[in-house]
Design a protein around this ligand. Structure first.
Ligand SMILES: C[S@@+](CC[C@H](N)C(=O)[O-])C[C@H]1O[C@@H](n2cnc3c(N)ncnc32)[C@H](O)[C@@H]1O
Ligand code: SF4
Length: 372
């Protein structure tokens, strides 16, 4: 099974924490035409069959005229063979959720919406420079609910101004709205972002690491209490409604990415498209490759497997790793694994390395210890 990812590199406004590729310019047509050309050109020579998930992400796909989105979808359908029951997601911001847009997206073929709420607290939203407010988010979820059985909301914690109270407020809204899927991310501070500079220059106050850790504990406890399945470190869902697109990534499946900044993977090579709208258009117009690629070494493949599987509820399966890649991790990392078990950071299992609740907080450290 393979996934398709379309990167739509536009937003109305720049959020201070965001490191994704986007521009706030308003002329969207030229890029969409180049994406259409990239799909037709198939420069990476991917096999285009067996597609089980399609994901329009960004940036903010919901700001694009739905006629342009439809053109991209038609080109995907024309150029690929799509499996029945394919999961087809569009990422949206709350201020773009109108009945008209929802109906158009449904007609185009989307069967899942991923809504970027981040928090329901207006003060925190403002600090992040988000374009929407709490009321927009609540009204958006209510509208989506009427038309889509499958949708997700994104929440972040550890953001400037967030406290135990603001988090509890967010969890209360989640409980009331009862979405079938939620991604809850701890805010990453990337050094390319305005937020990073603001922190360096003491222009913004961040929550302490102990507050963030407490927020993490509350999220785990409350989401479990609400009956959600925590199937991946940041992902919670109702039975059978996990994100198939993201699960494909975590299960090391192939994916084809189109659009500036999009990544692709075919189990042998990793590809990344140029992360610049002008250069992307230029390369497409001049029939130049829009991507760079690297062939993964055996060690990189093993580490990729560990890195992705450790995030999931099933964890790293030792016999699978041996079967697929010929590596006996228990032998190679005997001391490290025992130490992590003793410290209760991973579960005491013979065949799987699964993170405990405490382990999830130090996932980067654990990955460092068990990769080869
Ligand atoms: C690529 S963004 C696009 C979605 C949409 N434009 C939005 O902002 O809602 C997808 C999600 O990544 C998460 N995200 C973005 N930057 C992040 C960061 N620095 N740390 C943690 N999560 C982040 C947010 O929750 C966001 O909803
Ligand atoms: S978080 Fe979303 S809306 Fe904000 S800048 Fe990033 S992609 Fe755009």
């Amino acid at each position: 099974m393979s996934g398709i990812y379309i990167h739509i590199p536009f937003c109305k406004k720049a959020c201070i924490y965001c490191d994704f590729h986007f521009s706030t310019l308003k002329n969207h047509t030229e890029i969409i035409n180049s994406i259409l050309a990239e799909i037709d050109l198939n420069q990476k020579e991917f096999k285009k069959n067996n597609i089980s998930t399609i994901y329009f992400g960004g940036g903010t796909p919901s700001i694009i005229d739905s006629r342009l989105i439809n053109k991209v979808m038609q080109s995907i359908l024309k150029n690929h063979s799509i499996k029945e029951e394919c999961e087809i997601t569009i990422e949206a911001n709350p201020d773009d959720i109108t009945d008209k847009n929802i109906k158009s997206w449904k007609k185009i073929g989307f069967n899942r919406i991923s809504l970027g709420v981040q928090t329901f607290n207006d003060i925190c939203l403002k600090k992040l420079n988000r374009i929407h407010c709490r009321e927009d988010a609540i009204s958006a979820v209510k509208k989506i609910k009427k038309e889509f059985k499958n949708y997700s909301i994104d929440i972040m914690f550890g953001t400037p101004g967030s406290t135990i109270e603001t988090l509890r407020e967010d969890l209360t809204h989640i409980k009331k709205l009862n979405p079938p899927h939620i991604s809850i991310y701890s805010l990453d501070i990337e050094n390319t972002t305005p937020l990073y500079k603001m922190i360096e220059n003491n222009k913004i106050k961040m929550p302490t690491s102990s507050l963030v850790s407490e927020q993490f504990d509350i999220i785990s406890m409350e989401m479990e209490r609400m009956g959600y399945i925590n199937y991946e470190i940041s992902s919670f869902c109702r039975e059978g409604l996990q994100s198939r697109h993201n699960s494909n990534y975590w299960c090391n499946e192939k994916y084809i990415g189109y659009g500036p900044g999009a990544h692709s993977y075919d189990k042998k090579y990793r590809y990344w498209n140029v992360r610049d709208n002008e250069k992307y258009i230029y390369k497409i117009n001049n029939l130049l490759p829009v991507f760079d690629k690297e062939e993964l070494t055996e060690v990189q493949k093993v580490n990729e497997y560990i890195l992705t599987k450790i995030r999931t509820m099933e964890g790293v399966n030792i016999s699978d790793l041996e079967k697929i890649m010929g590596i006996n991790l228990i032998k190679i990392k005997k001391r490290e694994i025992q130490l992590l078990k003793d410290k209760l950071m991973i579960e005491d299992s013979e065949n799987c390395i699964v993170l405990t609740k405490e382990g999830k907080k130090i996932i980067d450290h654990i990955v460092e210890k068990i990769t080869i």
